[in-house]
Design a binder for this molecule. Sequence first.
Ligand code: BGC
Length: 249
Amino acid sequence: MLTAKQPAADQPTPETTDPKSVTTLAIDIGGSGTKAILLDAAGTPLGERSRLKTPSPATPKAVMDTIAKLVTDQPAFDRVSVGFPGVVRHGITHTAVNLDKAWVGYPLAEKLSQRLQRPVKVANDADIQGYGAISGSGVELVLTLGTGFGSALFVNGHLVPNLEMAHHRFRKTESYEEQLGRVALEKVGKEKWNRRLQKAIEALEHLFNYDRLYIGGGEAKQITFKLPANATIVPNVLGLLGGIALWQD
Ligand code: BGC
């Protein structure tokens, strides 16, 4: 376990810790639920996933309190990985369409590190899901279907930073998220949502010419059409398990 009293955000784990016994608490902040699981140094879960409803309004303070509660259900940990549903750069959250405006410019890695007294790394939620899903070879696109529409692109295992399809125009003046987010699914129903998703996959295949497509997120289970041979549905838990990758660079 860590001996350092005040680890800073985005700092490597101190050398005094045996790398093989380092544990990582992976957190996934979602539009509807916030989840946590403890991982060993290889990224294997060490216990059960815990989940709490994401508070509403989902202000930084309310979400930080939720994380602090989740942590009490988990065993001791050395460091933290967080998946956040918006653009994250250098530990700072820049957008959070499905949470609260107060996240714009919020130093999440630093604040959470102060609160938990452990080093913290933060990345976009779809990027983390992607790290958990990809093979590491060729061009791989990851989409997540949940409250929002997540997207991440990898080339030979390397992330192309900050890809955001969600709020980009898709069709009929609407964005990918407006057409395919949870609100749209509930409004237009499963059948129409599936037709839209099929069109989106066709459009994105022509745009990215990827080798593989991975589809995750809580609503991936709603897919009823036959996916192209280069596409796979991946389990949503990868949004937590992929968190180990933030410490493996
Ligand atoms: C955000 C993305 C996020 C996605 C899934 C979108 O609204 O803009 O950054 O990955 O939701 O949570």
